[in-house]
Design a protein around this ligand. Structure first.
Ligand code: CA
Length: 370
């Protein structure tokens, strides 16, 4: 029998993915936590966020509290912020190998493990928060996500959403698509790949370095999340042009993932507790972002004289076309990514048709009156 260490080493290599995903990963008895026998389980939850970071870190705290209270104290959860147990980008491996039982993160951080992870977080010109929830729960998304993460010894759940983000802070106005040429911008993930295609110099900086880099002119622009978190970072003090919409992250899904053995060893009621706690967190974080963004946007405009600007139609069209070509080419790299993209793309087409008459329709109607 393979040892757990050998098994995890193999699973972490990521090379296993593709057409044949590992069914054996969920095998029990490979040295995972003991089957629940009535004792209190002590779980570690490690996150990619700084401890207590607004909406994200506090959202992870909420997830821990929910698991603890819904389980009647049968699962105790300790929360570890970025760097406290492992560094932010070590969370995936830590939970996969069982150093912690639970992680809270965003799936696009793990694109180095597999390109398809990005579809479960945010895709440029992709799905908004409610559409992501709909795709995951009713469009086949969650099944694909589960299949992907099983090969890394993890059980995934959607557990939060930032809602539609902002396009970012720019020291100079963006009047045409040519203005992206040579622009030095902090923008991670697929959005960064798209801007690179349009001639920008793309940099990735951790959150803590963004403000100073923008203020000193080391970078010309940055995106972060939305008004609530951007205001907290003081980004309005470093640049005044605040662009919308956040084409790069229309509804970034946050995730919780559980070590597969830890999850499988739970009795069915505690499995349901974990799922319910993640669902509650999913709703809570999105609601918090929506409420706080509303307030923070007004503060930015009226108190800090931020210039709110919309990317022009020709710019959005160019960004959309580049996004389509980048995302399609990434999806064509392997058989599993192809399956995920096919499912996602089909759902996006339907979402566009329904969204136009639903949220889009009511948005236009409200604008006529209010
Ligand atoms: Ca962002």
């Amino acid at each position: 029998m393979k040892t757990r260490r050998e098994f995890i080493k193999k699973a972490s290599a990521g090379a296993l993915l593709g057409s044949g995903l590992l069914a054996s990963c969920t095998k029990k008895g490979a040295g995972g936590p003991a089957v629940h026998t009535g004792q209190t389980l002590k779980w570690k939850l490690c996150t990619t966020w700084p401890k207590n970071f607004p909406a994200l870190g506090t959202g992870a705290n909420f997830l821990a509290e929910q698991i603890q209270s819904l389980s009647g104290g049968r699962i105790e959860v300790s929360v570890y912020g970025d760097g406290e147990l492992v560094p932010a980008l070590g969370v995936f491996d830590a939970v996969s190998r069982g150093t912690a039982e639970l992680g809270h993160a965003a799936a696009y951080y793990w694109k180095g493990k597999h390109e398809a992870t990005q579809f479960f977080a945010a895709v440029p010109f992709g799905l908004n928060a409610q559409e992501m929830n709909a795709w995951l729960h009713f469009g086949g998304g969650l099944g694909l996500w589960d299949e992907l993460y099983a090969s890394f010894n993890l059980k995934p759940f959607p557990a939060g959403n930032t809602g539609t983000q902002m396009g970012g802070w720019f020291r100079k106005e963006i009047r045409s698509v040519g203005d992206f040429k040579g622009l030095k911008m902090r923008i991670p993930g697929l959005g960064g790949e798209v801007l690179r295609e349009l001639g920008a110099t793309v940099v990735t900086l951790p959150g803590g370095e963004i403000f100073q880099s923008l203020q000193s002119g080391a970078i010309d622009a940055t995106e972060w999340i939305g008004p609530y978190n951007d205001l907290a970072f003081g980004l309005h003090k470093a640049a005044t042009n605040y662009y919308w919409p956040g084409w790069q992250e229309p509804g970034a899904t946050l995730e919780a993932f559980v070590n597969r053995q830890a999850y499988e060893s739970l009795p069915s009621d505690l499995k349901a507790v974990v799922a319910a706690a993640c669902q509650a967190t999913n709703m809570r974080i999105l609601s918090e972002f929506t409420a706080r963004n509303n307030e923070a946007l007004q503060t930015l405009i009226h108190k800090h004289n931020v210039k709110l600007k919309r990317f022009s139609d020709p710019i959005l069209k160019a960004l959309g076309q580049a996004s389509n070509s980048i995302v399609s080419s990434i999806a064509a790299k392997d058989a599993f990514s192809k399956r995920v993209f096919a499912s996602f793309d089909k759902f996006r087409k339907q979402s566009i048709a329904w969204g136009e008459v639903a949220e889009g329709g009511i948005g236009q109607a409200r604008a006529l009156v209010f």
